[in-house]
Design a protein around this ligand. Structure first.
Ligand code: SF4
Length: 444
């Protein structure tokens, strides 16, 4: 009899929906149906929960350029030797694995004396820089659901990037103090494009691309009583509209700003975020106001939490000194290291640097041993010297993940993994043990 498993977590975006229902085959090997999940999440479960087409053995590049299946023991031995031989290896990724995998990676890279970084360095890393400078007056998604009567999406488009965010937390749900759901809330979208999120907004501000800082500045001028001094148009937005929206926010009972790549990836980067945080602070003179980064992958918040606890820094870790950690994005961030050709081995894990890094960075990385640890074939695996298949957290492996608001959630496995395929943690622990075998006591 097929079995229905409830309260399953979706391993795709930072919304971390944990109300998914999955029907699995009676042998516990296949996903037959999923409910309460968006189109993206559906694909994760249906594809991952079907052993057909899954990679079941590591694949090693041969001298003629072809890939050949090898045993997991060979893959572990190769990875350990690459890490021990390299002067400055880099392990990067981790948006799509569990916190147990993050901790295992930290053990390996501490021992090998390399750099350890996660996808934040090409995503919300600019948020970290702003938070270091200016703090993070944030909240949980439950507070938004239950209290927020004004919701601002600034440079974020959850209709496409976090599809159930609006229905679970930010616009449509009926919360404790927001009993009329959507009718309880005023939704404001600020974006250069008229996105599908903008379609549900009560107020849409079409900011000129790359000029968000000026618009934040104008809102802050209003908060500080200097509205007379702002020009008639700021960043494409008429002054009357700025005053109207500022009044709505100031009169909110509770307002939250959700921001995304529109701020992190445009001119100004971390300074767009630090002025957003300053505006949030200013608004607390008038109302209760919070801000939240729309973190991307389901557990990209995880490495920030795990490594901050272990090392004191959330990303861009330089462990080459072995006895102390150094973090300086721009110097120790993955793309910068790659562009300067500073690393001499690369491990891509729980991400696809082949697809998402700039091509010159990938070309530098490709000059050295390049290993991909990932359940599927992707662009990184296709240019790798070794591709190691692993379990998929949330589908055939459990573990802790951190939602975009730093709330930890226990994910569960719903089907059995293909036989013999390890989790990220199991593979990395085996690499660590092999390094100890090879290196003996010569750690430091
Ligand atoms: S919104 Fe995100 S977490 Fe929720 S089902 Fe869709 S992809 Fe999964």
């Amino acid at each position: 009899m097929p079995k229905v498993i409830k309260n399953v977590g979706c391993p795709y975006c930072g919304t971390c929906c944990d109300d998914v229902e999955v029907t699995v085959s009676d042998d516990g090997k296949r996903v037959l149906e999923v409910k309460n999940v968006c189109a993206i999440g559906t694909q994760i479960f249906m594809h991952g929960g079907d052993h057909e087409g899954r990679i079941k053995l590591p694949r090693m590049r041969q001298p003629d350029g072809s890939m050949k299946d090898v045993s997991f023991e060979e893959a572990i031995d190769y990875t350990a030797k690459v890490l021990l031989k390299a002067k400055k290896p880099l392990m990067y990724g981790f948006g799509s694995t569990n916190c147990e995998g993050h901790a295992a990676a930290a053990r390996v890279m501490e021992r090998s004396g390399g750099c350890l970084d996660n996808c934040a360095s090409i995503c919300h890393g600019s948020s970290f820089l702003a938070i270091f400078d200016n703090g993070y007056p944030s909240c949980t998604l439950g507070e938004v659901k239950n209290r927020a009567d004004v919701v601002v999406f600034w440079g974020s488009n959850p209709a496409h990037a976090h599809p159930r965010h609006m229905s679970r937390y930010s616009i449509f749900p009926r919360g404790f103090f927001t009993g009329k759901g959507h009718n309880s809330r005023t939704v404001i979208v600020i974006d250069p494009r008229y996105t599908d999120t903008a379609r549900v907004a009560d107020h849409y501000l079409q900011v000129r691309q790359g000029h968000d800082y000026e618009l934040f500045d104008a809102f802050r001028m209003v908060c500080h009583g200097h509205e007379d001094d702002i020009p008639d148009v700021v960043a494409n937005i008429p002054k009357e509209k700025i005053l109207e929206v500022a009044e709505i926010i100031k009169n909110a009972r509770y307002c939250n700003f959700f921001y995304g790549m529109g701020l992190c990836h445009s001119d100004g980067r971390n300074h767009n975020i630090d002025i957003a945080i300053s505006l949030t602070r200013d608004l607390n003179e008038f109302t209760k106001c919070t801000i939240m980064a729309m973190r991307g992958h389901y557990n990209i918040t995880g490495p920030g939490a795990v490594w901050s606890w272990q090392f004191g820094f959330p990303y861009c870790l330089d462990l080459t000194k072995k006895t102390m950690v150094h973090m300086n994005p721009g110097e120790t961030s993955s793309v910068d290291l790659a562009m300067r050709d500073e690393v001499d081995a690369f491990i891509n894990i729980g991400t696809d640097a082949g697809a998402h890094f700039p091509i010159p960075a990938v070309q530098h990385l490709k000059k050295h041993p390049f290993i991909t640890v990932d359940p599927h074939i992707n662009m990184a695996s296709e240019i790798s010297d070794l591709h190691v298949p692993v379990k998929i957290c949330g589908v055939d492996d459990g573990g802790i993940v951190y939602r975009m608001d730093n709330v930890p959630i226990q994910y569960r496995k719903v089907v059995d993994a293909p036989e013999g395929v390890p989790s990220d943690e199991e593979f990395l622990d085996a690499v660590y043990n092999r390094m100890v075998e090879l290196e003996g006591d010569g750690f430091l």
